[in-house]
Design a protein around this ligand. Structure first.
Ligand SMILES: O=C(O)[C@@H](CO)OP(=O)(O)O
Ligand SMILES: [Mn+2]
Ligand SMILES: [Mn+2]
Length: 547
């Protein structure tokens, strides 16, 4: 893994790698493109340097290991690619293949849960949508059908409504489809048992709010929630009357005529999580898997056969049982830099902290070499982010500047959460403010890189803020019955910008023009070059060359 010195670029500290989470370079530049509408003098000045120093790269679909060109990018696959420099077949693709070949039903994880099917209940916990970021409905359906074919007599679904990877208000459609499909599972008593909105129940990440997971545990396992309904479609109807978006629905439990929860989790049951993406199911997995779990009081800890659709954390081997082996992401840039004694500083706020560490490092929660890596997490606020669109960008900037100034690090990596997290709220004005804040913070970092005589690479992991409205096939904005634009809460298919520069960048070094289809994985070799090294040959080619 020894890195050879770059023939032209000197090893000159510091190098800044800055990721604007959810900042797409969308070809549609109208009033709903928050990155475009926002006043962004810094990003504009980078773009104005022209194609030798500013370009876009693909951040969605096969370029980041997703099944099709219709799959928008996301933070997991984006940061995996940025960190690894390779295009890796991702969870969504691997599950597709395993279902297609039916090998999923032969492999060890399924064999582990299957013995529960005859006399006990199979519980499936899942994000209920076809978003393709954390889960997909067709895969859920395949799992349910496979379970029934293998003798499952009692199936209970615990569903998290989406409205984030798919438009708000679609939870009814997914629930109706699910209820219809459950009714077709012959010989199986199949019901929805509990649920809630993905940003309220179960799917917390990076320990931002364990209360979410506790609410999920109570609803899914104990059958307790303030909202009890006899019918899941009725449940959503009533909960939506409160005005909450699909993402933020309160937890609910489905009860029988006597008011008893229809699907509590009991000893000897099987529990499967049908999400392929890790970050938002690591916490609930710990609650099911760890006997000495202390992050909230579980009240009851049923002895179940627990499996993830994938293994979510390779370092922790969590969960021990899983249906599909996760992508093997090896020899990431983090590992290579550590092996060469190079020092890394990485920082973001809680919501994105694992993105610049865990995902960047190939879904590993530990360090490669703790003496060489410094990871700083700025605690995120637990608020709907359109109410606080500046988020913790100032604090991240301050930490990044201190790291740059310290002279201790070969590379300083920061991620700004604003364009993505505020973009997900569908609030255009707040997202414009988020982009402006981000731009102002990037300026501070770049000014310091100038002062210190370093180099920078500014990029993003996928689009989001660059389109805030749902559109028809002709790209025209859609409006609701009241004539108001229908907000887009999801990521986009847009490519993302990559900008390089800084006083230490030799004048002969420029972006190549022979890689028009380059994607995020090409950024890795580029930043390793800026650090003064040739990138490992197995990585996707660098975007730059010296003439
Ligand atoms: O919030 C999340 O979980 C996803 C969207 O589902 O966003 P990101 O990939 O940017 O983390
Ligand atoms: Mn992201
Ligand atoms: Mn996002």
């Amino acid at each position: 893994m020894e890195l050879a010195p770059h023939p032209v670029i000197p090893r000159k500290k510091p190098v800044l790698v800055c990721i604007l989470d959810g900042w797409g370079e969308n070809p549609v530049k109208d009033g709903f493109n928050a990155c475009h509408v926002a006043k962004t003098p810094t990003m504009d000045s980078l773009a104005a340097k022209g194609s030798a120093y500013y370009r876009s790269v693909l951040a969605h679909g096969p370029a980041v290991g997703l099944p099709t060109d219709q799959d928008m990018g996301n933070s997991e696959v984006g940061h995996n690619a940025l960190g690894a420099g390779k295009i890796i077949a991702q969870g969504a693709s691997l599950v597709d293949i395993a279902l297609e070949k039916k090998s999923i039903f032969q492999d060890a994880g399924w064999q582990y849960v299957k013995p529960a099917f005859e006399a006990n209940t199979l519980h499936i916990i899942t994000l209920l949508s076809s978003g393709g970021v954390h889960s997909r409905y067709d895969q859920l359906k395949g799992l349910m059908q496979g379970a029934v074919a293998d003798g499952c007599k009692m199936l209970r679904l615990h569903v998290l409504t989406d409205g984030r990877d798919v438009p708000d208000g679609t939870c009814h459609e997914y629930m109706s489809t699910l209820v219809k499909d459950l009714a077709t599972l012959e010989g199986c008593d199949a019901k929805v048992a509990s649920g809630g909105g993905r940003m309220k129940v179960t799917m917390d990440r990076y320990e931002a709010d364990w209360g979410m997971v506790e609410r999920g545990w109570k609803a899914h396992v104990l059958g307790e929630a303030p909202n009890k309904f006899k019918d899941p479609i009725e449940a959503l109807k009533k909960l939506k009357e409160g005005g909450d978006s699909d993402q933020y629905l309160e937890p609910f439990v489905i009860v029988d005529e006597e008011g008893k929860a229809v699907g509590t989790v009991e000893d000897d049951d099987a529990v499967v999580i049908a999400n392929f993406r890790a970050d938002r199911v690591v916490e609930i997995s710990k609650a099911f898997e760890y006997p000495d779990f202390k992050d909230f009081d579980r009240v009851r800890f049923p002895k179940v056969k627990f499996a993830g659709l994938m293994q979510y954390d390779g370092d922790l081997k969590l969960p021990a049982n899983y249906l599909v082996p996760p992508p093997l992401i090896e020899r990431t840039s983090g590992e290579v830099l550590a092996a060469n004694g190079l020092k890394t500083f990485a920082c973001s706020e809680t919501q994105k902290f694992g993105h610049v560490t865990f995902f960047w490092n190939g879904n590993r929660s530990g360090y490669f070499n703790e003496n060489l890596e410094t990871y700083v997490e700025i605690p995120s606020d637990n608020v709907p982010f359109n109410q606080a669109p500046l988020m913790k960008a100032r604090e991240i900037t301050a930490a990044g500047k201190e790291a740059l100034r310290s002279g201790k690090y070969d590379v300083v990596r920061v991620n700004y959460a604003n364009p993505d997290m505020v973009g997900h709220t569908g609030d255009l004005q707040a997202t414009i403010a988020a982009c402006e804040e981000c731009d102002a913070c990037v300026k501070e970092l770049l000014d310091l890189v100038d002062e210190l005589g370093g180099m920078y690479l500014v990029t993003a992991d996928h689009g989001n803020a660059d389109d805030m409205v749902q559109r028809n096939k002709k790209n025209e904005p859609l409006t609701g019955e009241d004539g108001a634009p229908l907000p887009l809460t999801s990521h986009t298919l847009a490519p993302v910008p990559v900008a390089i520069g800084g006083p230490a960048l030799p004048a002969t070094v420029k972006f190549r023009d022979d890689l028009p289809k380059a994607g995020l994985a090409n950024v890795t070799a580029t930043y390793i070059n800026l650090m003064g090294y040739e990138a490992p040959a197995e990585m996707e080619p660098s975007l730059i060359a010296a003439n």
